[in-house]
Each structure stands twice: as structure tokens, then as C-alpha cells.
Write a protein that binds this ligand. Sequence first.
Ligand code: NAD
Length: 365
Amino acid sequence: MNARSLSRRSFLQNLSAGSLALTLGRARLAAQSAPPARKLGVALFGLGNYSTGELGPALRETRLCRLAGVVSGSAEKAKRWAREYGFPERNCYHYENFDRIADNPDIDILYIVTPPGLHCENVVRAAKTGKHIICEKPMAVTVAECDQMIAACRDAGVQLAIGYRMHYDPSHRELVRLQREKDFGELTGLSGGHGFRVRSRIWRLTQKLGGGGPLMDVGIYVVNAACLAAGAAPLAVTAREEPKTNPELFAEVEETLHWTMEFPGGASCAGVTSYARNLNAFRAEGAQGWIELQPAFSYRGVRVTTSRGPFDFVGPNQQALQMDDFADCILTGRRTPVPGELGRRDMQIIRAIYEAARTGKRVEL
Ligand code: NAD
């Protein structure tokens, strides 16, 4: 598509005809056609905020899968979910007995939604049930854990996907298209920030369960978007932590962190993440234009502006698309576009950024 001919209509047409068709095409086609004889059963593992506020409701919108069970530390809560979502109480498990899911034909997918410090042990044990797995971001807290998780799923012959919902948002697919088609010419620079305010002691402030601070939790979105927009992983990173304004609350993790990622071809990304500031933006500059996303990483309402004008569109339900795409992968034998290897790559980058912040040195990947 010619850069100058971009109009709102062609932009939208292009979104649906081009970039979306790639990753989303199959899921979308499958989702638009008649539903399968049996929707795949998903069991949510961990019924905290994300499961309650987003994943459960999204599973009411999916065409290829449905909520069929839960794993929770609270039997009462699990039963409440069974009533609300209409699945049998026999599909309620707790953290001690969920291995029995191996014998439950209602459940095809286990979706791990616990704190990152638990992802490795949860996924390694879940893989033994023989069910396919989605694991929330960040994949784990170390690269070695990611390796264990990938190996466990490979040995069990199950697919492992990471809950990278933004890969299913049209705005981020547009970043991929621009990178591929060079609509704005060669990439010259990237920048992005993601952060929110944390005021109380939660697992996100601990090394044990969070594995780090805002970089692990939300800065990862900037890392991921930059790699999508650059079409590659960075060659090297530098980083610097801002002095803490609340050293007591942020005793174990960074409060605000700035970093750069150097990409092949010369473009670099300036990133910032924080638990003391609201940040939610991403920008990619090309030799002949730019695209800006603000908010860039929200569940809905991601807004896109380009050097040719603003474009608003109603985004689809990211989580429903993400889960339907994974279901389609299982039904068709296709490999997920967001596999454990992608989660591992991001963990490698994040760990390099932490090392750069700690040592003050440029760290090559
Ligand atoms: P949360 O604290 O609200 O929920 C965590 C769940 O894990 C709870 O049900 C809790 O009971 C359970 N849990 C089990 N063992 C636990 C333990 N030892 N300590 C603490 N909790 C334990 O957290 P959340 O916001 O739902 O986040 C869960 C995961 O989902 C994280 O990996 C997070 O990064 C991810 N997440 C992803 C998105 C996204 O947009 N993709 C958004 C929010 C959270």
C-alpha cells in the first residue's frame, strides 16, 4: 500500500485485509463459521483480578472454547464460579489435587493466572496432566525457568502459549504490518512507557512472586511491542534506575526504570516503566512517518494516531481472540504464534535490562 494513499477507510480495510489476516485470520474464520461440535474446555488456574475481571467474561465471547472448570485455593469461590458460568462442581479443583484434571475429558486447556514466581512450578506440574497450557505474562522469573517450562510441555506433547493479548489487538498488528511493508520507510526510532501507581504491599513488590518490579509486570509490554515493531530482538540494552521516592515500599524491586534496546539496522527503543507513575504509550518513527498508540496497552480503547492523521477503531476483545486462536491451534495442529519461546526471549531481554541497570554497563544479548 502506498504511503500517501492511506485514508481512514483504507487503513481500516488494510487492518482487516492485511495484518489481521495473518495471525488472526484462522481464528477469525473459524470463529465466524459454525461453532465446533464441542467447544474446547478451558480451566482457569488462579481466580484473582485478571481471571475475574477479564478472562472469565472473555470466555463468554469465545466461539471455540468455553470456561469448563477452575483451580482455586478457595472451594467456596470455585463453587461460585461453577454456578455463575454453568459448569459442574466436579470441575472445581484446588492447588493440591489439580493433577486429577488429567482424567477430566471436559478440560482441554489449563490457563495459569497466578503470580509469575509460581508459573514455573504450576506449568511443569500442569503439563503432566496432558492438557494444553496458556501461561500468563511474564512467563516466569528467570530464563532457566522458561527452559524448564518449555521442556516440560515438549515432553508432555502439549502446546504452551503465553498470554500476550496485545498480539491480537489490531493496533499492534498494524505495527507488524508497518514493519513488514515499510509504509513509513525504514524504522528510525521507538519509544514507549507503561506504568501505574502501586501504593500498598502486594506480591508485585516481591522478588519471590513478582521476580522484579514494573519491568516484569508492565514494562514487558513495551519490550514486546518494540520487538514487534522492529521485527527482531535487540542486540544490546542499557538501563538506569531512577532514585526511589519510596524506598521502603519498593525495597525489593525497582520503582521506575529507564532502558534502551538497540535493534539490528540501527533503530533503538527508549523505554520507561514505573510503579509510581501512570504511563501507557508507544511510538514508532520511520523515515517517512510515524505511528503513535495512546493508550497503547489497555484492554480496550487503544487509540492509534499516525503522521497522516488520527484513526480510531473499536478493538475486538483481545482475550477472546487470544483464547480462540489458541483453541484453533489445538483443533488444527497449528503452532501458536505466542509460544513459550517468545516468553523466554522476553525474559532474556528483561534479565539483560536488569543486569544493565545493576552494573551500569551495556549488555549484549
Ligand atoms: P491476583 O493477585 O489478583 O491473582 C493471583 C491469583 O493467584 C489469586 O487467585 C491467588 O489466590 C492465586 N495464588 C495462588 N497461589 C498464590 C500465592 N502463593 N500467592 C499469591 N497468590 C496466589 O493477580 P492478577 O493480577 O490476577 O495476576 C495474575 C497473573 O496474571 C500474573 O502473571 C499477571 O502478570 C497476569 N496478568 C496479566 C494481565 C494481562 O493483561 N495479560 C493483566 C493482569 C495480570
